[in-house]
Design a protein around this ligand. Structure first.
Ligand SMILES: *Cc1c(COP(=O)(O)O)cnc(C)c1O
Length: 376
């Protein structure tokens, strides 16, 4: 049954589960799949998605911040939780207390974590990230420097080595192969220094979909695929090996419908002017709900089973569309921003293209005031 909310997303728990299974099938039984649920599970609801993944056997979840890890622990979630996006100085003790597994990005991170664990009188584990060419987080210290510090630890232990790819879906550059080679070189040097952590991981969605099994190792870290997306590849790429489909549909109600004559200006700035007598529908959501402002006068939605163009500026709480072709639409009816009506559909990649952004940003941009509804 559709929600009575003014603007809502409908999230299919079955789709989340089957997308997760698709990743598992792709990498096979010897590789673990860590569900990336950062940023409120890309807008899908972190707790709900985490529970679905755990019910399907997920042993690892990944978040960006200690605050996100705390939300999971507060909800009673006991799986291993990797905190990927860096810890601030005050976060280290919290991570120890909550039993989170931080990613360390330098030997000073490692020493701070050790200090926090000593103070808490607890044992704790962390993973260590190397910058193999992404040029963002990850240490650029040498294995010798890192190993020197690891050997001084008493209560903490390096349980995993990881890196992150900059251009994983781009087959026109050797960047990914170079990053894999660097990671392997580091792994060999560490092993020669007597350090061989249990987990090795490099892959997010792209290197699973455009299968590079030499980047899978012991765990993969998919986010996008779990929500039903694989970014298009560049260059000469293999077919995506993942059969996933979007788990989220985004709906908004019509607040008002009215007919205007030819030459009427529509909305802020009068940036649209209708050429013919037009039926307008005013939708109950705007950029404050996450509809990209860049869709002004260029995006479309699905109304009454057919595409309807956005007219004029997307405003904070309202968006106007042309429903001349869907004359039966009335206040209270649902219109589809993302999802399918019959044979017509819009996905986050298409909306992103119209808005000049990426699907990740569209999904993460759906604001908290948009009601989340979970369906089979
Ligand atoms: C977000 C993130 C992922 C997941 O990436 P997807 O492209 O959504 O699969 C994996 N690893 C790290 C370090 C990330 O930040």
């Amino acid at each position: 049954m559709p929600s009575s909310a003014r603007c809502y997303v409908e999230i299919s728990t079955g789709r989340i589960a089957s997308n997760f299974e698709a990743v598992r099938d792709a990498v096979g039984p010897d590789v673990d799949v860590m569900g990336v649920v950062k940023a409120d599970a890309y807008g899908h609801g972190m707790l709900e998605v985490s529970r679905i993944l755990i019910s399907r056997g997920a042993r690892w979840l990944a978040v960006s911040t200690v605050a996100e890890g705390r939300q999971l622990r507060d909800a009673g979630i006991e799986t291993d939780i990797l905190v990927m996006a860096g810890l601030l100085p005050d976060d280290f003790r919290t991570a120890v207390d909550l039993g989170l597994t931080p990613v360390a990005h330098s030997t000073s991170d490692i020493l701070r974590f050790e200090e926090a664990a000593v103070a808490a009188e607890r044992k704790a584990r962390f993973h260590l990230k190397f910058d193999t060419g992404m040029g963002r987080l990850g240490t650029r210290e040498t294995p010798v420097e890192v190993a020197g510090v690891l050997k001084t630890l008493h209560v903490t232990e390096c349980d995993g080595l990881l890196t992150h790819f900059a251009s994983a879906s781009d087959f026109s550059t050797p960047q990914t192969d170079m990053q894999i080679a660097r990671f392997d070189g580091i792994g060999r040097e560490m092993a020669a220094l007597g350090i061989a952590p249990r987990y090795l991981h490099l892959s997010s969605t792209a290197t699973v979909a455009y299968a590079r099994p030499n980047a899978w190792r012991t765990i993969v870290r998919p986010g996008h695929a779990i929500y039903g997306y694989v970014s298009p590849a560049k260059g000469i790429a293999p077919e995506s090996a993942l059969r996933v489909s979007p788990a989220l549909a985004w709906k908004v109600k019509v607040v008002a419908v009215k007919d205007v004559p030819a030459n009427t200006l529509v909305g802020y700035g009068g940036i649209a002017c209708v050429k013919r007598p037009t039926r307008l529908a005013i939708l109950g959501a705007g950029y404050a709900d996450g509809i990209p402002h860049r869709l002004s006068n260029r995006g479309k939605v699905i109304a009454g089973g057919r595409f309807a163009p956005i007219l004029g500026a997307v405003s904070m709480d309202l968006t106007t569309i042309d429903v001349t072709e869907s004359p039966r639409l009335k206040p209270g009816d649902d219109v589809t921003l993302l999802g399918r009506e019959g044979r017509v559909s819009i996905n986050a990649q298409e909306m992103a293209r119209w808005a000049g952004t990426i699907s990740y940003s569209v999904l993460c941009g759906i604001k908290p005031r948009v009601e989340r509804v979970y369906v089979e």
